[in-house]
Write a protein that binds this ligand. Structure first.
Ligand code: 5RP
Length: 230
């Protein structure tokens, strides 16, 4: 089974859990893209759901699939969010934001009664932090914010390179909310809760890609089959 097949298989298992009438958070990324495509098939087959997208990219795909959409103003409480992840640990703590949608993804997940993470098994880790942690920051005061982030992270036992995210043409990556992303290559995050608190205390940090206490289950696909956690 290829990685792409594994992603699609995990997405298919999650789509099978969707029930008529559900209000759904629609994640972002290559795995969530499979979910939205498979959900579109079910909607065209008669399933009635409302989706709240976590990015403009996902909104465009969901619209093209014919999935009825809403937002958190009109639909502030969701039944289920299905989204991918960059890392998943044993306690269902996540690193997200590789696709740059972490802020909306976190807001949508927090508004959901349940969050199911779908992934191929390369995303399972014993300790979070091999994947650089995305930190969303406001453009104003960037230099000062980066220094403060470095100090805050060091206080939580994390040291590593902080790199402003750029696109392939080397222009700065700008999130749907108009912010920048600093990718922090810590290597290992000994205490994710402590790091989360420290980063959120820095003025200029909007949010970060540590998702703690949000995921309620994970569906992980590998060549050996599907494992469900949570
Ligand atoms: C986007 C995300 C994605 O869910 C995460 O990057 C995983 O992406 P993929 O399914 O493409 O591996 O957090 O901001």
């Amino acid at each position: 089974m290829s990685v792409e097949d594994a992603k699609r298989e995990a997405a298919a298992r999650a789509v099978a859990l969707v029930e008529d009438g559900m209000r759904l958070g629609l994640g972002t990324g290559s795995t969530a893209k499979h979910f939205v495509a498979l959900l579109g098939e079910r909607v065209r087959g008669g399933l009635s759901v409302i989706g709240v997208p976590t990015s403009e990219r996902t909104r465009a795909q969901a619209e093209a699939e014919g999935i009825p959409l809403s937002d958190l103003d009109a639909t502030p409480q969701l039944d289920l969010t299905v989204d991918g992840a960059d890392e998943i640990d044993e306690d269902l703590r996540l690193i997200k934001g590789g696709g740059g949608a972490l802020l909306r993804e976190k807001i949508v997940a927090a508004a959901s009664a349940r969050m199911i993470v779908i992934a191929d098994d390369s995303k399972r880790v014993a300790v979070l932090g091999r994947f650089p942690l995305p930190i969303e920051v406001v453009p104003f005061g960037l230099g000062a914010t980066k220094l403060a982030v470095r100090d805050a992270a060091a206080g939580a036992g994390c040291r590593g390179d902080l790199r402003l995210r750029r696109q392939a043409d080397s222009s700065l990556f700008v999130t749907d909310g108009g912010h920048y992303i600093v990718d922090a290559a810590f290597g290992a995050i000994p205490d994710p809760e402590d790091l989360s608190r420290a980063l959120l205390a820095v003025p200029g940090v909007v949010d970060h890609g540590l998702f703690i206490g949000l995921a309620t289950a994970a569906i992980v696909a590998s060549p050996h089959g599907i494992s469900t956690y949570g």
